[in-house]
Design a protein around this ligand. Structure first.
Ligand code: GLY
Length: 258
């Protein structure tokens, strides 16, 4: 099934070594290695039947390679978010030109103060959007998102987060009613109706896989998740994201897919 035609990515900047992290014990990212991993990410996506827009690095924002957070793109509209991390908030001004290539001004919506929202907290399942209420996405941001989606005939539900940074840190939809769940998401009633693969604790990072047109991209180095996704019948490709993991980032955060 082909669902996505376009992908937007942003090259990592040298300042990424000062990006936000909850895991300083993993060390600082190696910038040259991160660039090679990003090259690999782009070439892997290009095998999934999508056109790729590559935005230049932006040294003002250490976390700006994680383009999923300042925008949310749906089949009907694009929503520029209001990132809750102060050092990332300005990224919303830098993603809009890329979004304008695909949406007219009257289909570009905005989350505004006092609402905050980051795209990593939003998981699309057809026309329904699960939204994590997190340290980055607040109740008012979710209220605004719900109102915007309703205008276009789409729905939204809130998932309170307990431990993880973003919703998609621990749960990702692989289409066909299939879902990868780790940690606090294993038992959440919100996801009861899906066919879930429960990820073992030691591979929790690999909950963040992405489905792109019937190929699933899995982070390199997580054999149980790799086998599980293969056994679901998908074509599977892997990309090493070790340098992005050091900044709490993963496969989904590195692109907008639509
Ligand atoms: N380092 C990615 C983020 O915290 O948003």
């Amino acid at each position: 099934m082909k669902k996505f035609n376009h992908v937007i990515v942003r090259r990592p900047c040298r300042a990424m070594i000062d990006g936000i992290t909850s895991a300083p014990e993993l060390g600082k990212p190696d910038y040259e290695k991160a660039l090679r991993q990003h090259d690999d990410y782009i070439s892997t996506l290009s095998r999934c039947g999508v056109d790729i827009i590559i935005l230049p690095p932006d040294e003002r924002y250490p976390d700006s390679c994680f383009v999923e957070d300042p925008a949310l793109i749906t089949r009907e509209c694009a929503i520029i978010t209001n990132p809750g991390a102060p050092s990332r908030n300005g990224e919303k001004y830098e993603i809009i030109d890329a979004v304008r290539k695909f949406f007219p001004e009257d289909r570009i919506e905005h989350i505004v103060e006092p609402g905050t929202l980051e795209g990593g907290d939003v998981m699309m399942v057809d026309d329904h959007f699960y939204v994590g209420r997190s340290a980055r996405t607040n109740a008012e941001g979710i209220r605004q998102l719900t109102e915007i989606l309703a205008k276009y005939g789409m729905t939204c539900s809130e998932v309170p987060l307990e431990k993880v940074l973003h919703l998609k840190t621990g749960v990702n939809y692989l289409e066909n009613n299939k879902m990868l769940v780790a940690g606090e998401f294993v038992t959440k009633p919100d996801f009861e109706k899906y066919e879930k693969f429960e990820i073992p604790e030691d591979e929790a990072y690999a909950a963040n896989c992405i489905w792109v047109n019937d190929t699933v991209i899995v982070p390199e180095g997580y054999p149980h998740v790799l086998e599980a996704v293969k056994s679901m019948g998908y074509t599977v490709l892997t990309v090493d994201t070790s340098e992005y993991r050091k900044l709490d980032g993963g496969l989904s955060c590195l692109s907008l897919r639509f």
